[in-house]
Ligand binder design. Structure first.
Ligand SMILES: Nc1nc2c(ncn2[C@@H]2O[C@H](COP(=O)(O)OP(=O)(O)OP(=O)(O)O)[C@@H](O)[C@H]2O)c(=O)[nH]1
Ligand SMILES: [Mg+2]
Length: 356
């Protein structure tokens, strides 16, 4: 993931290394290369446009730290812009009064059932008491699949009472069960379709209306790139999602989905699926992700340390310059004004004012 994009960005930075300072010319070249790298990584063109615009403004504007070399400046600007595009800050699940309902939605095969299990496990480890329910009544093995995962992670599942065969009844039953057994989060694994269709959307809307979920998480397969982004946008228009979980981030997707979905839907990425096992789930952190994309390990920490050093050095340099200037000014002064300088520089606290 991101390997090609990382390589290309590294090359841009390397090319800048020889430059003395940032000029409109060398910046133009760098921006063009960054643009191509992003498009080739399958990033949505609107996102690329906004990204380049943001970098350009920062590079040419006043936000540049003059103490940094051109390469460092561009790395920092690109990093900051990546963090921005990825959502700025980490988003947490917002769980309300128990039992909170979390709906897991998405296209067929995107990873909903697996993610429902992963999320339950994660919630359990973080002090919650989840219960799961599958309302996928169309595929015979679907509910069985969630039941197997449930056994594996030791999280209860609501299997449905007599006569409960409809998605809505099953979900309501699960919520009732949660209240009776003191479970604080109900995860609802919904059915998927190959394409967005009215029937599915109607069913999801009905579930939303009846359950009043605190979160509707759209599960998107990162490997499908812009298709994942398009379906996220469509789901959001028709259902109103609250967040995105990108799965299969362990695969060799080019990263376009991760970099586009926030901007296109306006909704945050909350988790990443990074494998098939139930513990392969990571809370999404824009800063960490930006570091991964830049392919520089923890570039965040590096830049932060660097900024601190720069600030410190800058402050010292400013102070030294100020002192030198003062000395120079004093030397230029007529003798009668020298007492001012002497007074401020030499009178110890509490001494009588001999110069006044
Ligand atoms: N490598 C990898 N595989 C994943 C990840 N998440 C899910 N999968 C796999 O993707 C396939 C589909 O996952 P499911 O959870 O069944 O997907 P679904 O959305 O519930 O599918 P439907 O119910 O048929 O719509 C399975 O083989 C999972 O093991 C992930 O993060 N990484
Ligand atoms: Mg499923």
């Amino acid at each position: 993931m991101f390997d090609t994009l990382s390589d290309k960005l590294q090359r841009v930075f390397k090319n800048l290394r020889g430059e003395g300072k940032l000029t409109p010319e060398n910046m133009e070249v760098a921006l063009k290369e960054i643009r191509v790298a992003l498009l080739e990584a399958d990033v949505n063109f609107k996102v690329v446009k906004q990204f380049i615009e943001g970098v350009k403004q920062k590079a040419m504007g006043e936000e540049v730290l003059s103490a940094l070399s051109p390469t460092q400046q561009v790395i920092k600007i690109v990093r900051d812009e990546l963090v921005q595009v990825l959502g700025g800050h980490q988003s947490r699940l917002r769980l309300g009064d128990p039992p909170s309902v979390v709906m897991i939605v998405g296209l067929q095969g995107s990873g909903k059932t697996t993610t429902t299990g992963k999320l339950s496990r994660w919630l359990g480890k973080n002090g919650n008491r989840p219960i799961m329910v599958s309302v996928d009544v169309y595929r015979p093995a679907a509910r069985q699949q969630l039941a197997i995962i449930a056994r594996d992670i030791q999280v209860p599942i609501y299997g449905g009472a007599e006569g409960e065969e409809k998605p809505l009844d099953l979900a309501k039953g699960a919520r009732r069960e949660a209240m009776q057994t003191g479970r604080d989060v109900v995860l609802v694994d919904t059915a998927g379709r190959l394409h967005i269709d009215d029937e599915l959307m109607t069913e999801l809307q009905q579930l939303k209306e009846a359950l009043n979920p605190v979160e509707i998480l759209f599960v998107a397969d990162a490997m499908t790139g812009q298709d994942a982004v398009k379906s996220a946008e469509e789901f959001h228009k028709r259902l109103g999602i609250t967040g995105v979980i990108l799965t299969k981030m362990d695969g060799d997707a080019r990263g376009g989905a991760a970099l586009s979905v926030r901007h296109v839907t306006g909704k945050p990425i909350v988790f990443l699926g990074v494998g098939e096992k139930t513990d392969a789930l990571q809370p999404f952190d824009p800063e960490r992700m930006a570091g991964r994309i830049l392919g520089m390990g923890d570039v965040v920490g590096l830049v932060r340390d660097f900024e601190q050093v720069v600030d410190q050095k800058q402050a010292e340099a400013d102070a030294a310059r100020m002192n030198a200037w003062l000395e120079g000014e004093v030397r230029k002064m007529p003798a009668q004004y020298l007492w001012v300088h002497k007074r401020f520089k030499t009178r110890p606290e509490g001494e009588p004012d001999l110069y006044g």
